[in-house]
Design a protein around this ligand. Sequence first.
Ligand code: ADP
Ligand SMILES: Cc1cn([C@H]2C[C@H](O)[C@@H](COP(=O)(O)O)O2)c(=O)[nH]c1=O
Length: 225
Amino acid sequence: MAELVFFSGTMDCGKSTLALQMDHNHRARQRVGLIFTKLDRMGESVLSSRLGLSMEAHEVSDDLDFWDVVVEHLTHGQRADYLICDEAQFFTAVQIEQLARIVDELGIDVTCFGITADFRTELFPGSKRLFELADRVQVLQVAALCWCGARATHNARIIDGVMVVEGEQVVVGDTAAASDSLVEYEVLCRRHYMRRMNSHAARLASATPDVLPFDLDVCAVPPRD
Ligand SMILES: Nc1ncnc2c1ncn2[C@@H]1O[C@H](COP(=O)(O)OP(=O)(O)O)[C@@H](O)[C@H]1O
Ligand SMILES: Cc1cn([C@H]2C[C@H](O)[C@@H](COP(=O)(O)O)O2)c(=O)[nH]c1=O
């Protein structure tokens, strides 16, 4: 039976890489897929991974109707065995409902990839609807890590080295290590997200131990997996 599956996690945990691998494995067995993305860091109509791989994809605009696109595709005698949707957090709730209908009425597997929550810890609209409708929500096996070594669970937005918790929900960008723009992101464990302690703040604190003496033992927490 066809399924709607949501691979969800923080930024930089390997979602796009998995999307590309999944498509590769299907294509290697002559299965035909439709690939969608929205607002990829590398530009329009591309699905890209930080490992350097990328592929062409249909860019999803707010008014794109997945049902119409797939039905038209099939009506023209073309095959669609599966859909892969990256950056699905940016899709609208209605678009997620269209994807669920494609699974249920056309029997086509739909696999979505996206971050769960924004830099304020609020669910994105697409992710929220996926949590509500998906047959399965899967966490990726390889964890992105906080600077302290714990599993990263939250996405922080950093401006000029400082973590912010107010602003527009959508600002396309990259993690600090790879970014040369003003706005960048850093993944953190919940403890350090709540304390607003990104790696820059932690470096400052360890250089001036009198300011924040409470917590240096926490920084030595070993990775959990
Ligand atoms: N040079 C590298 N060598 C090995 N793995 C890397 C390298 N650069 C990035 N990665 C892996 O790629 C992951 C990010 O993959 P990506 O698919 O772009 O993430 P996401 O789509 O979840 O933001 C990192 O967590 C890391 O595991
Ligand atoms: C936390 C957060 C992220 N974004 C943007 C930043 C990136 O362009 C994407 C996530 O891409 P990735 O492949 O998962 O790294 O989302 C945003 O717009 N708002 C946020 O709060």
